[in-house]
Design a protein around this ligand. Structure first.
Ligand code: NAD
Length: 481
């Protein structure tokens, strides 16, 4: 009996065991989506036992099917995401889904390493963790579920998702898509699972389940902190506030076009998008001029900027221990109802009705201490701060990136300036002379991800990030020279 026949018998036996009633049935319209976290965990455990028996080639076939389905259903998911969350732009979300389908690495990312020497051969392989618990955001809901699933399944894992409650239908549609694709490619059911009503309680049950061996947080500081405090291995992909610098050596017309494209992409929802601009004074007016020719609307009156602050941000009482020493009693918070809304809606809300219909971004000049600079708005609003020279720009860029080590961007033709900012800001992604999205492979080289792990260092995550190294040593053999 050969190895393939043995694997096939094992598969049949496990399938038989599963059919005898051990696996909970998915609830509702989506495959892999369960009413309780306990059921979801049980189903994923059973799936993993089966999934372990599949070869790399079979995994890759499943991933090919997933890619096909994402391409076919990109528009459906883009529309669903905008409708359910009220955030972002359908056309941009289609691009994001296409990027996931085309540029998320599969099993080819799992290159083994070998050491060969006088004492024999040592092999290092990238093995699955087993079950991964993944918490996903509202800003890229289906994109994150799909991208993480491809990487995690390629690595041989099964996944338990606890998606953002405000994007649950879109996220669970993506869970269903993965399961449909895997089944069509001959794989087991429930390789990725989720719940109908995710809450902090279901997240907690997932985090604490002993079968979950790796946790992945994609979101703001709260979820990253929770997962990193869990006592388990965790990957943290947290918040950003990416600065973009333009110095006097840049191609100003191109810089303006690129910045408007990046900062307005999906209404500034991506964590990598340009969120504040530091422009050297000698080129600032020219930059603003070309931005207004590229789809940006300039607010010139301070009273309009003040009105926009009142729409975008709300003031709340500071709770004890929140570190609001500079604003002792009250702190500014994002007005969540306005995150990811179209620029024209903001303009209407402040009484500007004559802006061009295709306005993608609102720009305004502010000082560096303005809340638009310090807050991660995730709105199509870009403050521009005039600085005397590139050194001041770099100092402020580093300051307002807030040490997130996430993303920063620069337009310059001076290699020394580019190198200086890249070194000082220490971000995971640094894009030169292009829109921010080039950093995740859209118009730039390299693979894509929607889980950028700055705090824990995996960076632009891929299948490899979701595996553990295993070493196999053979002494005095297998060396052929
Ligand atoms: P969010 O932090 O509000 O929510 C993210 C997820 O975490 C949701 O599923 C939420 O329900 C869950 N969550 C929040 N607090 C939790 C806790 N204490 N325990 C368990 N789960 C918890 O973020 P959002 O508004 O959905 O997304 C926007 C934020 O995410 C921004 O700060 C953005 O920069 C960041 N983000 C980062 C990346 C990255 O790759 N680094 C990608 C996308 C978004």
């Amino acid at each position: 009996m050969n190895e393939q026949q043995i694997a096939s018998i094992v598969e049949q036996v496990i399938k038989g065991m599963a059919a005898k009633g051990a696996t909970p049935k998915a609830s509702g319209k989506y495959k892999g989506v369960f009413s309780t976290m306990e059921e979801a965990l049980e189903a994923a455990k059973t799936a993993y036992k089966l999934f372990r028996g599949y070869s790399l080639e079979q995994r890759e076939n499943m991933i090919t099917k997933i890619r096909e389905k994402i391409m076919a259903e990109a528009e459906t998911m883009a529309k669903m995401g905008v409708e359910e969350t009220g955030m972002g732009r359908v056309t941009d979300k289609i691009i994001k889904h296409t990027l996931v389908a085309e540029k998320t690495p599969g099993t080819e990312d799992l290159q083994p390493r070998a050491y060969s020497g006088d004492t024999g051969l040592t092999l290092v392989e990238m093995a699955p963790f087993g079950l991964i618990g993944s918490i996903t955001p509202t800003t890229n809901p289906s994109e994150t579920v799909l991208c993480n699933s491809i990487g995690m399944l390629a690595g041989g894992n099964c996944v338990v998702f606890n998606p953002h409650p405000r994007a649950i239908n879109t996220s669970n549609y993506a869970v269903d898509l993965i399961n449909r694709a895997v089944l069509e490619a001959g794989g087991p059911e429930n390789v990725v699972v989720s719940v109908t009503k995710p809450t902090l309680k279901t997240a907690d049950a997932m985090i604490k389940c002993p079968d979950i061996k790796l946790l992945v947080a994609t979101g703001g500081p709260g979820v990253v902190k929770t997962l990193l405090s869990s006592g388990k291995k965790a990957i943290g992909a947290g918040a950003g506030n990416p600065p973009v610098i333009v110095d006097e050596t840049a191609d100003i017309r191109k810089a303006a076009k690129d910045i408007v494209a990046g900062a307005s992409f999906d209404n500034n929802l991506p964590c990598i998008a340009e969120k504040e601009c530091f422009a050297v004074a000698s080129i600032k007016d020219e930059l603003i001029h070309y931005m207004t020719q590229s789809g940006a609307y300039l607010l010139t009156k301070q009273s309009d900027i003040d009105k926009l602050v009142k729409v975008a941000l709300t003031e709340e009482e500071c709770k004890q221990g929140e570190g609001c020493s500079d604003r002792p009693k009250r702190k500014l918070m994002l007005n969540k109802d306005w995150v990811g809304k179209d620029a024209n809606l903001f303009l209407e809300a402040i009484g500007i009705t004559d802006a061009p219909k295709d306005t993608r971004l609102i720009i305004c000049e502010t000082t560096e201490d303005h809340p638009f600079v310090s807050e991660e708005l995730m709105m199509p609003i870009l403050p521009i701060v005039s600085v005397k020279d590139v050194d001041e720009a770099i100092r402020l860029g580093v300051k307002y990136e807030h040490g997130n080590r996430h993303s920063a961007h620069m337009h310059s033709k001076n290699i020394d300036n580019l190198t200086k900012f890249a070194r000082e800001v220490e971000t995971t992604i640094f894009v030169k002379n292009a829109p921010s999205y080039a950093g995740i492979g859209a118009g730039g080289e390299g693979h894509t991800t929607f889980t950028i792990a700055g705090p824990t260092g995996e960076g632009i995550t891929s299948a490899r990030s979701f595996t553990r190294q295993r070493r196999c040593v053979l002494v005095d053999g297998f060396r052929i020279i």
